[in-house]
Design a protein around this ligand. Structure first.
Ligand code: C5P
Length: 398
């Protein structure tokens, strides 16, 4: 993994280089980001020596239009703040970004942040700090520690930063995935459909669409990382995924996807259908390559494909959750609401082709998640991985 170790101004910062060393030893790529106060307790030279790369500590290093916080958040899989002072926790909870590390924290998805708090025990017990942490946890931030024991101020109590080895173990165990040690969905089976479908015209041609499968594969990964078993039914795509809890079934046409999805669904806790399924297929498929004939055009007769989502909606048993996608070009909200009802869904994820960077083929997406309970959650433009986390967190919350 690519990990940023963020260091803030507490005495425990003298242990941060050891954490960097352990993470590197475990095979991770590590970069450091420190606040000015952190550098009172540890040094730039130490952090740069153990990480082997320049320290990120100055928002305006190089030039005044520096966007290193954005390139760093794109680079990193995880940001571990150790030690995390009451101050950085308060800033993160309030969205304050007034130096390099706090700006990076605001750019990172909260689900990719692990905090190792360290402070005096009375600061730890303060309602403001506890409220801030509760808020951060509700966004998916994970915390490790603090531990009980002697504190720098001469007293003893809760507030010691966890040992670097314990923090490194929390990273290795995937404790940061989904805010729950990767076990929140343990024992649940989820169905995900992904990619396009190809509808054969003849032995060499098909009707398809531009879906890349990226959204569905990201959903499968996030569900599996949260502990679920995943049945991933994918149309033709160049993507592949390897995870012990993801069982991938490759299909080509809508009818094949229908067969695989309807077979898998009854044993599932829920399904998220992100595939871009062709609504129509050619009435006949020639078993040879069709030849051009004369100088006229040709007419292809199409028939409707089964609607997998509507079929699962009709099959849905109490306790099952069904999530569909809607890619609309006009009247998005109205169409999404009516689809939610018509197909007996619990949630619909609406993405509009009007948003630049959203939809087919891109690495990013921007969505609104509508629930039958009337809820509506709008995302920013984020990576498909981050969108997948938002969707999974939303639809598995109840
Ligand atoms: O009605 P519409 O095709 O816009 O609905 C989109 C949603 O329905 C997506 O979740 C898609 O995966 C699903 N769908 C399906 N089977 C079809 C067509 C769409 O499962 N034949």
């Amino acid at each position: 993994m690519k990990i940023i170790v963020g260091i803030t101004g507490g005495i425990a910062a003298y242990k941060s280089p050891e954490l960097v060393r352990l993470l590197k030893k475990a095979g991770h790529e590590v970069r450091c980001a420190a606040t000015a106060h952190a550098l009172e307790f540890t040094t730039r030279a130490t952090l740069e020596t153990v990480s082997g790369v320049p320290l990120y500590s100055d928002l305006f290093a190089g030039n005044a239009t520096s966007t290193e916080h954005i390139s760093l958040k794109d680079w990193a899989d995880l940001l571990v703040v150790a030690p995390a002072t009451a101050n950085i926790i308060g800033k993160m909870a309030s969205g304050i970004a007034d130096d390099a590390l706090s700006t990076l924290l605001l750019a990172m998805a909260p689900q990719r942040v692990l905090l190792a708090p360290a402070m005096n025990s009375q600061m730890w017990a303060h309602p403001a700090l506890q409220r801030n942490l509760e808020l951060l946890r509700s966004w998916g931030v994970v915390t490790v520690g603090p531990d009980d024991g002697p504190l720098a101020c001469g007293t003893s109590g809760t507030g010691r930063m966890s040992d670097p080895a314990a923090i490194a173990a929390a990273v290795a165990n995937g404790d940061w995935t989904n805010g729950d040690g990767g076990q929140r969905l343990a024992g649940e089976r989820w169905l995900v459909t992904a990619g396009p479908t190809y509808e054969r015209i003849d032995s060499v041609r098909f009707i398809g669409n531009y879906s890349s499968g990226k959204m569905g594969f990201a959903l499968a990964r996030v569900l599996a990382e949260a502990g679920a078993e995943v049945e991933l039914v994918s149309g033709p795509t160049s993507l592949s995924i390897s995870h012990p809890r993801i069982h991938t079934e490759r299909v080509e046409s809508a009818r094949e996807m229908y067969a695989a999805a309807t077979k898998a669904f009854p044993a599932c806790r829920g399904a998220i259908l992100s595939a871009a399924v062709a609504d129509y297929r050619p009435r006949e498929c020639a078993d040879h390559k069709l030849k051009k004939q004369g100088s006229e055009g040709m007419t292809l007769q199409l028939v409707q494909n089964p609607d997998i989502l509507a079929t699962l909606g009709a099959m849905k048993a109490p306790g099952q959750t069904l999530v569909g996608f809607a890619l609309e070009t006009d009247n998005e909200l109205q169409n999404a609401h009516s689809k939610l009802q018509r197909k007996n869904l619990d949630f619909i994820v609406m993405n509009s082709l009007r948003d630049a960077g959203a939809g087919f083929g891109t690495d990013t997406n921007k969505v609104t998640i509508l629930g039958t309970d009337g809820s509506s959650k709008e995302s920013a433009l984020m990576s498909k991985e981050e969108i997948a986390r938002l969707i999974v967190n939303t639809v598995t919350a109840s």
